[in-house]
Ligand binder design. Structure first.
Ligand SMILES: [Zn+2]
Length: 272
């Protein structure tokens, strides 16, 4: 049997990022040439959310997801005096108006993302509570429109899992999961998916995940421009085949088989 012509998918890319400025169309074409059927472009806040929808209108292989990144979600309540990271604290915007907007465009997108919880960059209790409030509202929007969530869960994997169960969310992908392997298996058992970026080529933690989580619960992503296979190089969707090859190698299975199952998983979760 001949392999399908576009066997690869990327569930999480940030093509609305300064490092891709002016090259978005070329990146979309390189993804197609590399054998990707679809790339889901994720928004983070009001500006990138609108830019995602606009970009995806121009490319039939780019699919939009809109959301509120957890660090951006708490800009209004975060303790700015205590912010000691090497980048600016999040800008303040009307988070509830943005959730209402996401609700209003939800029928045009394939997923609600990027959303989630982040206890790595954000540590003050009020800001973490605000992240949870925002995520709960976004879960309700996703359920109302029967859309999956694409989740960021850095240092908050268990809490995110709990919250999803409390909200009755059935369809979700945990992107760039960095929690415990045991919890990853529970997440998979609950019917959620975990997506693995091309950095799996050199990251043992993702190789272990590829081995231990059932293939039927895995997906591929890039998190472009981050999480690439080559240290210090900008990542892009065209690198997905390298991620698939590394997942197949870790599992001791053929790349064709792994690609076919991952492609089918994408269809199950996103309907395309
Ligand atoms: Zn991301």
């Amino acid at each position: 049997m001949l392999p399908p012509t576009s066997p690869y998918v990327d569930v999480h890319a940030h093509l609305i990022h300064p490092s891709f400025a002016g090259e978005e169309d070329a990146v979309a074409e390189r993804a197609r040439a590399a054998g990707l059927a679809f790339v889901i472009v994720n928004g983070l806040e009001p500006k990138s959310n609108r830019a995602v929808i606009e970009l995806c209108r121009r490319h039939d292989n780019l699919l939009p997801a809109v959301g509120i990144y957890p660090v951006d979600a708490c800009g209004a309540v975060i303790d700015r005096a205590a912010w000691d990271h090497p980048f600016d604290p999040p800008a303040v915007f009307d988070v509830d108006a943005e959730i209402d907007w996401i609700d209003s465009v939800a029928s045009e997108v394939v997923a609600i993302g990027e959303v989630g919880l982040d206890a790595y960059w954000v540590r003050d209790a009020a800001a973490l509570a605000e992240q949870e409030r925002v995520l709960r509202r976004l879960c309700k929007v996703a359920i109302k429109h029967d859309k999956p969530l694409i989740l960021h869960t850095r240092k908050a994997e268990a809490r995110t899992f709990e919250l999803l169960q409390e909200e009755g969310v059935e369809r979700a992908d945990f992107h760039c999961y960095g929690g415990k392997l045991k919890l990853a298996k529970r997440i998979a058992n609950a019917g959620y998916y975990l997506s693995i970026p091309p950095v799996v080529e050199r990251a043992e933690s993702f190789q272990r995940m590829a081995q231990e989580v059932p293939l039927e619960r895995l997906l591929t992503e890039t998190d472009s421009p981050y999480m690439g296979p080559d240290r210090g190089e900008r990542n892009e969707p065209a690198n997905v085949p390298r991620g698939v090859a590394a997942i197949a190698k870790a599992r001791g299975e053929s790349a064709d088989h792994v690609a076919a199952v991952l492609r089918a998983n994408f269809r199950t979760l996103f309907g395309q």
